[in-house]
Write a protein that binds this ligand. Structure first.
Ligand code: FAD
Length: 314
C-alpha cells in the first residue's frame, strides 16, 4: 500500500474530517463524482439517467459499514429495502449490494441474517423480471465464512441472492466451486482487504488468480446452472482477456457483466457499452459519503485534485 493510500485511509477514518465535510455540503465535487445521491430518490434518479443515456445498469449501496448500534443497523436495513421498492417502481433492475457488517453482523449473526432476509424478500417482491439481485459484499476475512453461509441460506430460501468473492484469497476457488452450480450472480473482485497469510503474493499472481477464477465462471457448467458471471474490475487488461475467453466459449456480450464503481473510469464503462457489453455500476448513496469517497481518492493519486477542491470548501 502506498504512502498516499495510507494517508487517504487515515483521512477517511478521521471523525473530525468526516463531520466537517458532512456539515460543509452534501454535494462537493468529490461526493458528486463517486456518490449517486444523498438519499434513495436521488440515487434512483442517477440510476435511471445512466440506464436511459448509456444502457448502464446500477447496483445501489447505502453507505454505512461496520455498524454496531441497533438503530443504525435498522436504518441501514430500511434504506436497502426502500431502495428495492424504489428501483421496482422506476422499472429498473432491483439490484442492491449490502455489507453484512452494515445490517447486523457486528452485533449478532441472527440479527444480520434476519435483516438480509428482509432485504432479499423486499427485492423479490419489487422485482420486475430484470436482473434482480441482492449481492453480498465480501468484507474482511473474519466475515468470509458467515457471508458464504448467508448466501447459501438465502438461495436455499428461494431468494435472489448474489455473492462477491475476492481473487486475492487463495481459498476463493473452493468457495467458487460451490457457487458455480447455483442459479446466482457472482461478482469477482481482486479484493480490498489484503491479508498476507491468506492471499496470493503480489499483483501478477492475484491477476492470474482472477483470470483462473474467470475461466471457471465462464464454464459450460456455470452456464447450465443459470449462473450470472460478474467481473468487478476497472482493469482493462483483465477485461480484455475475459472478453476473449467469453467469445471463445460462446458467451454473448450481454450474458455476463462488467461492474465498476460509480465515477471510476467512466470512459472505460462507456467504451465497453459501445462494444455491446453489459455494464453495471456500484452506486453508493447516503449522507455518510466521506470515508467512501476518500478511499477512492487513495486508490488513484490522480483523483487528489477532487479532494483538494472539497477541502478548499468549493
Ligand atoms: P486495479 O489494478 O486496482 O485498477 C485497475 C486500473 O483501474 C488502475 O490501473 C487504475 O487506472 C484504475 N483505477 C482503479 N481504481 C481507481 C480509482 N479509484 N480512480 C481512478 N482509477 C482507478 N473489494 C472487496 O474486498 N469486497 C467487495 O465486496 C468489493 N466489491 C466491489 C464491487 C465492485 C463493483 C468493484 C468494482 C470493486 C469492489 N471491490 C470489493 C474492490 C476491489 O476488490 C478492488 O479493490 C478494486 O476494484 C480495485 O481493483 P481493480 O480490479 O479495479 O484493479
Amino acid at each position: 500500500m502506498s504512502l498516499f493510500q495510507k494517508t487517504a485511509i487515515a483521512l477517511a477514518r478521521s471523525p473530525g474530517a468526516g463531520r466537517a465535510m458532512r456539515a460543509l455540503a452534501a454535494r462537493t465535487s468529490l461526493a458528486r463524482r463517486f456518490v449517486g445521491g444523498a438519499d434513495v430518490e436521488a440515487a434512483v434518479r442517477t440510476a435511471a439517467r445512466l440506464r436511459e443515456a448509456h444502457g448502464i445498469r446500477a447496483s445501489l449501496f447505502y453507505l454505512g459499514e461496520y455498524v454496531a448500534d441497533p438503530a443504525a443497523i435498522e436504518h441501514n436495513t430500511q434504506q436497502a429495502m426502500q431502495a428495492c421498492a424504489a428501483l421496482g417502481r422506476a422499472g429498473l433492475d432491483v439490484h442492491v449490494s449490502i455489507d453484512p457488517t452494515a445490517i447486523g453482523y457486528m452485533r449478532d449473526d441472527a440479527l444480520g441474517r434476519g435483516n438480509a432476509r428482509r432485504i432479499a424478500a423486499a427485492a423479490r417482491q419489487a422485482a420486475g423480471g430484470g436482473r434482480d439481485w441482492v449481492v453480498l459484499d465480501m468484507e474482511d476475512s473474519g466475515l468470509r465464512e458467515r457471508t458464504c453461509a448467508l448466501h447459501a441460506e438465502l438461495l436455499g430460501a428461494g431468494l435472489p441472492a448474489g455473492l462477491t468473492l475476492q481473487a486475492r484469497r487463495r481459498r476463493t476457488p473452493v468457495d467458487l466451486a460451490w457457487a458455480i452450480g447455483q442459479r446466482t450472480s457472482l461478482r469477482l473482485v481482486k479484493g480490498a482487504f489484503p491479508e498476507r497469510a491468506l492471499d496470493h503474493a503480489g499483483r501478477a499472481h492475484i491477476d492470474q488468480a482472477y483470470l483462473d477464477a474467470a475461466a471457471i465462471m465462464l464454464s459450460p457448467q456455470a452456464r447450465a446452472a443459470g449462473f450470472l458471471p460478474v467481473f468487478g474490475t476497472h482493469d482493462d487488461r483483465l477485461a480484455g482477456a475475459i472478453m476473449a475467453l467469453a467469445r471463445e466459449r460462446g458467451w454473448g456480450a450481454d450474458e455476463f457483466e462488467f461492474e465498476m464503481l460509480y465515477g471510476v473510469r467512466p470512459d472505460w464503462q462507456l467504451a465497453l457499452r459501445r462494444l455491446g457489453y453489459a455494464v453495471r455500476v456500484y452506486l453508493p448513496f447516503g449522507a455518510d459519503w466521506w470515508p467512501y469517497a476518500v478511499r477512492r481518492v487513495g486508490e488513484h493519486p490522480r483523483n487528489a485534485w477532487l479532494l483538494a477542491r472539497s477541502l478548499a470548501a468549493e
